[in-house]
Design a protein around this ligand. Structure first.
Ligand code: GSH
Length: 197
C-alpha cells in the first residue's frame, strides 16, 4: 500500500500513528507530497488532500477516517471499537478532533495571507471551534491505559496546534495537558513527529 502524505499533516499522522500502534508500519510505503503546491494528487483523489492511500490493486482510499478504518481492519487488536456505545463515542471524538484540525488549518492558511487581507471573522469563528473542541477533550476524561482512534486523533491535532502555534491550548486545561504529556512519549508518536526532524 502507498500512503501519500505530508510530514506535518495531522490527518496523515493519525493514519501513521494508528498503523504504528498496530505494528503495520512496514506495510505502508510512504511518499511525501505537498498538496497545496502539487496538483498531481488530484488524479487519485479529487480533493487533492493528504492522506491518500493507494491499495496494491490500484484502488484509492480517502479521507483519514476511512483509511484508519481500513487499516484497523487489517489486524487485531481493533483500535476502533466495534460495539456501541463505545464505537459512536470514539468516532464522535475523532470527528471533533478532525474538525478541530480543519479549523486550525484554516487559521494557519489565513495567517499566510498578507496581514491587510486577514479576515477577523474567519479567525474568530474557527478559534471558537478549536477552543470548544479543546474544552470537550478536557472534560472527556481521556484514558491513560488505551490509545485508540479517539485518543490518536486528539493527540495528533494537539501536536499540530503546537507546531503551528495556532493557540496556547494548555492554560485552563490541566487534564488534557497532563494526558498529552504522557501520550506524546509513545513510540508511535515519537516515530511520526516531523517537527523533531
Ligand atoms: N478530512 C480530511 C482532511 C485532510 C486535509 O485537510 N489535509 C490537508 C493537509 S493537512 C490537505 O491535504 N489540504 C490540501 C487542500 O486543502 O487543498 C481527512 O481527514 O483526511
Amino acid at each position: 500500500m502507498r500512503l501519500l502524505y505530508s510530514p506535518l499533516s495531522p490527518f496523515a499522522r493519525k493514519v501513521r500513528v494508528l498503523a504504528a500502534e498496530k505494528g503495520l508500519s512496514e506495510q505502508l510505503s510512504v511518499e511525501t507530497i505537498a498538496p497545496f503546491q502539487d496538483e498531481s494528487l488530484r488524479a487519485l483523489n479529487p480533493l487533492n488532500k493528504v492522506p491518500t492511500l493507494v491499495l496494491d490493486g490500484g484502488e484509492t482510499v480517502f479521507d483519514s477516517a476511512v483509511i484508519a478504518d481500513y487499516i484497523d481492519g487489517l489486524a487485531e487488536p481493533s483500535l476502533i471499537p466495534r460495539v456501541q456505545p463505545e464505537r459512536r463515542r470514539a468516532l464522535t471524538l475523532e470527528a471533533a478532533a478532525d474538525g478541530l484540525g480543519d479549523a486550525a488549518i484554516l487559521i494557519v492558511r489565513e495567517r499566510m495571507r498578507p496581514e491587510a487581507q486577514h479576515r477577523q471573522d474567519l479567525f474568530d469563528r474557527q478559534l471558537r471551534a478549536v477552543n470548544a473542541a479543546l474544552d470537550l477533550f478536557e472534560a472527556a476524561d481521556l484514558p491513560s491505559d488505551r490509545f485508540g482512534i479517539a485518543e490518536i486523533a486528539i493527540a495528533v491535532q494537539l501536536a499540530y496546534l503546537d507546531v503551528r502555534q495556532v493557540v496556547a491550548w494548555r492554560p485552563g486545561r490541566p487534564a488534557l495537558s497532563a494526558w498529552y504529556e504522557a501520550v506524546s512519549k509513545r513510540t508511535s508518536m515519537i516515530a511520526t513527529d516531523a517537527s523533531a526532524t
